[in-house]
Design a binder for this molecule. Structure first.
Ligand SMILES: [Zn+2]
Length: 400
């Protein structure tokens, strides 16, 4: 049984590797990193593009991701989460559909307005071609099936708009799929319609994402899907015991489908004890958060952004720092359990209010490669982890 032993060998935060590290004992990390096709499976950046009017083609003073920092970090391809928050937009119906469609339009507009930098990608071949040309590939995944509005024909609608993965549920369960984030999800799996959605995704070539689903839904997906299944932004439950993470049995099941788990960067899911500490801090900062929400003007989504800003600032001050080494602990665990072919990366940048201190924006992705090299991974294996495995899964799911 693989153990989470590397954590003990990790350097203290103060001496953690920096970009352009001068490590002498291994291949030059920067060039190993640059030769890879790096695909991040999950970022929530589109939310701020539409709620704040943020132009991610320019360097931003805040947030985690924009074109200049992607280039600095050697990040070739980004799956943008098309996320409908049920609290504000419903678990179906007109406003859920509009919210999803608006985000898709924003990603498409980004590529259309900046063709010298961005291109919309829908296949593995697109990603390879765009990366070889030194441009950035924008891809889309639907986080939660709320915009499907319980109509099977909408799965094809989103495929045609360019969506290439879909997580049946986000943190709120649907009639047809249970979530890991609420009470009903604890016993809910896929119903007949849910199975039909998965079959339709298989038929079209949309990857099934299990990152937010309940355990029962996970196993129903494994039973139903004829194509590789992925988790786009999750961790290992044996290291941090939260429902958002995957058990060893689940990781084995994903591997058997030919799929993978892309490891998330959120300390809450990767650092033991962090979630408990976070809860204490949440109680302490509740008045500050409420005040920011009250002062913020605009839509509920904009008020949420204001609350998240305060959380981000206070978490950074009050919670212990987490390093890239911890992300690699999860990668390492999965590799030891099911092999190097079944792991990837899914930052959840711009969707999380805390980040590893040395993997805090897209520009710091090279630190991940440095740490993998330090742990003895070969260039071949590193390239699989950073994107090669995802390209293989995409090709398998695209195949009719
Ligand atoms: Zn998520």
């Amino acid at each position: 049984m693989p153990q989470n032993s590397n954590a003990d060998n990790a350097p203290p935060a103060a001496s953690a590797p920096k970009v352009n590290s001068d490590l002498k004992s291994v291949d030059d990390p920067r060039s190993v990193h640059q030769r890879a096709i790096l695909i991040d499976m999950h970022a929530d950046t589109v939310q701020r593009m539409i709620d704040e009017g943020t132009d991610i083609n320019a360097r931003l003073a805040d947030g985690h991701l924009d074109a200049p920092r992607m280039k600095e970090g050697g990040l070739d391809a980004q799956f943008f989460s098309i996320w409908v928050e049920p609290q504000y937009f419903g678990v179906g119906g007109k406003s859920a559909i509009e919210r999803a469609d608006k985000q898709i339009a924003a990603v498409r507009a980004l590529a259309e307005q900046h063709p010298e930098t961005w291109e919309l990608a829908t296949t593995a071949a697109d990603v390879r071609r765009i990366a070889a040309a030194g441009r950035l590939a924008a891809l889309m995944g639907l986080e939660g099936g709320y915009a499907i509005d319980e109509r099977l024909e909408n799965v094809e609608k989103y495929y045609r708009l360019g969506v290439r993965y879909l997580s049946p549920a986000w943190s709120v369960s649907l009639s047809w799929a249970g979530s890991s984030g609420d009470e009903v999800g604890q016993t809910r799996g896929l119903n007949e319609f849910g199975r039909a959605v998965v079959a339709e995704m298989n038929r079209l070539g949309i990857m099934v994402d299990v990152s937010h689903v309940s355990d029962q839904t996970f196993w129903d997906i494994i039973e139903t899907s004829t194509k590789p299944v992925i988790a786009t932004h999750s961790g290992v439950r044996s290291i941090v015991n939260v429902p958002r993470n995957l058990t060893d049995d689940q990781l084995r099941a994903l591997a058997r489908t030919g799929g993978l788990c892309a490891v998330v960067f959120y300390p809450r899911f990767i650092e033991p004890g962090w979630q408990e500490a976070q809860r204490k801090v949440d109680a302490e900062i509740a008045p500050l958060v409420a005040e920011a929400s009250r002062k913020a003007t605009g839509t509920p989504a904009q008020k949420k952004l204001a609350r998240d800003r305060v959380r981000e600032r206070e978490y950074a001050k009050r919670l212990p720092p987490v390093s890239v080494a911890r992300v690699v602990d999860h990668i390492d665990y999965i590799v030891r359990l099911v092999g190097v072919d079944h792991v990837g990366v899914g930052s959840d940048f711009d969707g999380i209010q805390a980040v590893p201190h040395d993997l805090s924006t897209a520009a710091e992705f090279p630190n991940l490669t440095t740490e993998l090299l330090r742990r003895g991974y070969t260039e071949t294996d590193i390239h699989k982890i950073l994107g090669g495995n995802m390209l293989r899964v995409m090709e398998a799911v695209e195949r009719k």
